[in-house]
Structures are given as C-alpha cells and as structure tokens.
Design a protein around this ligand. Structure first.
Ligand code: SAM
Length: 285
C-alpha cells in the first residue's frame, strides 16, 4: 500500500504539470507558480519548453527527459529528489504521461516514497470529447493506434464491439489511412474530427467516416478522432458469448451435424442471425 498526503510531507515532490496544447493563456496561474518555484523542470523537448518558459519569464533550470532514455533519465531524477530538489515534469503539450513521456519516472518516484502531484491544465482528448457531440458518459481514451496497417486493423478488431465513445490521437499524415481502417473494421460510424484545438484554426468536423474521408486530404494540423461506440446490441451479446456459442457449435458437429447445420441450430436457439454467427465463427466479421 502507498498512501500519499500530497501537501503534508517535508520531502521534495515531483509535479506533473500540464502545459497548453496551443493557446498559451491556458497555462494556469498555479502551473506558472510551480514552474517558477521548483528547482528543476524536466522537459520532453527542452527547446519547445524554453519557448514556453521565456513567454512567461520563467528562469528555472531546464533538463531533458526524453521518451527514448526514460529509464536512465528517471534514475537521474530520483537522484535529484534524493538531493532535496523539487521537480516539475512537462511534455511538449498537454499532460505528461498522456501519449507522452513520464510514466516510468512516476512509478519509480512513487516506489521511492516521494509525492507525485498533478497540476491541472489543457488536454487534447478531453477538449475533443466534450465538444464532439458524441456520448460522454462513458468513454475510452485509446491514444495512437499502431502505424502498421496490419497491427492497426487488429487493434480495431479488439475495439469493434466496445459500446462507448472512443478517442484516438493521430498524426495528420496518417489520418486517411487511420480512417480507412476504422471504416473497414468498425463500419461507417459517426465520428468527430477535432483539429487545431485551442488555436486560431480550431475546427470540429462531425459526420460519418465516409463523409469525413471525402475531405480529409485537405485537413492539416493536429487532430483527435472521437468515434461513436458500437450501437449493435446483438453483435455485442454475440461477441461476449462467443466462447459459449463456439462450444455449442462444436458439440453439434461432434454429434454428427455439418458445420452449417450446427451454426443454423445454435443461431436459432439463441435468437441470433445465422449469417452473423457464420461470419463470427469463421472469423469473417
Ligand atoms: N500530452 C498531450 C495531451 O495531453 O493531450 C498529447 C500529446 S500526443 C504526443 C500529440 C497528439 O495529441 C497529436 O498527434 C494530436 O492527436 C493530439 N493533439 C495535441 N495537441 C492538439 C491540438 N491542439 N489539437 C488537436 N489535437 C491535438
């Protein structure tokens, strides 16, 4: 067990500070005061963070904390904490750890018995979600899908029957391929493509995947894709019950039915579509 009273400790702490995703006015007064008061700021890209710090006149010592050497860098940060330094971790934009570096050091800092204190601010996923017009009661933040088509399609198959809204990050040069994979696996769902959030050219494009694919080549800038969940209750039930249904089909086959007859029989017993069950059984859905 690990119990943290964030503001009761005398020990140094690590602050996870969210930075703006575009509009610099979204750096909160609390974030500014923490960035000014800590001993060290560990940044994903020191050049980017230097621009932010210069804008606010913050002169705190800046060091690099990259994704590719996160373990090594985390050990260095623990050493700085051991020496009594308070540290802020920032990424290029939004929250550190959200599709950005910071998780390795956070776990190590907790294990080492120091406090990890979040400092609220801007985040692309939440801005896109709340303005998407899609259901916000329950949702899944997925971040980036894999860049290889084969891996991406496999990931999407795992999400195909997820009933709630899903939020993806994507780079503009991969958005067409990503949406094509979504169309292929999830079908022509309603989505919202949110781009350039908090910036001058902020835009929300709400429509079906096919509609948005028609215009996607003209879109530039940073993008979030919010996708409606699976609305087909029958498909969800069928997938959840797949192991049971497969077992039942196999039993009929072993007792002498052909595969097609067994599928037909099970579909009838469970009130399912024979074609859907056929596709599911043969891995065609
Ligand atoms: N840590 C960030 C956060 O809390 O949102 C996310 C960093 S991730 C490396 C970068 C991705 O976030 C971009 O590819 C894009 O999908 C999304 N993103 C970041 N800023 C954005 C913005 N202003 N508008 C739209 N999407 C943005």
């Amino acid at each position: 067990m690990n119990r943290q009273k964030s503001f009761d400790e005398d020990k140094p702490s690590i602050y996870l500070v969210a930075t703006p995703i575009g509009n610099l006015e979204e750096l909160t007064p609390r974030a500014i005061s923490i960035l000014e008061s800590v001993d060290v700021i560990a940044a994903e890209d020191t050049r980017n963070t230097m621009k932010l710090l210069s804008h606010f006149g913050i002169k705190t010592r800046l060091i690099a904390h990259h994704q590719h050497n996160e373990l090594q860098s985390a050990k260095g940060l623990i050493e700085l904490l051991n020496q009594g330094n308070n540290i802020a971790i920032v990424s290029d934009a939004g929250y550190p750890l959200i599709s950005d570096p910071g998780s390795v050091v956070t776990k190590m800092v907790i294990e080492a018995g120091y406090s990890v204190i979040p400092v609220s601010g801007s985040n692309a996923m939440l801005n896109a979600l709340v303005a998407s017009g899609l259901d916000t009661q329950h949702f899944l933040f997925y971040g980036f899908l894999k860049s290889s088509e084969k891996d991406r399609v496999k990931e999407l198959h795992d999400l195909k029957y997820y009933p709630f809204t899903m939020v993806f990050y994507e780079a503009p040069h991969r958005i067409r391929k990503m949406l094509e994979s979504c169309l292929q696996v999830l079908g022509n769902r309603n989505i919202c493509l949110a781009r350039e959030l908090t910036k001058k050219h902020e835009e929300f494009i709400r429509g079906s995947i096919e509609e948005i694919l028609e215009m996607v080549d003209d879109l530039k800038g940073e993008m979030v894709v919010v996708v409606e969940g699976c609305k087909d209750q029958k498909s969800q039930d069928q997938t959840q019950d797949a192991p049971l249904l497969h077992e039942q089909i196999k039993q009929y086959i072993s007792s002498g039915y052909t595969t097609n007859e067994a599928i037909k029989k099970v579909a009838k017993e469970y009130g399912l579509s024979k074609n859907d069950l056929y596709k599911e059984y043969h891995g065609l859905s």
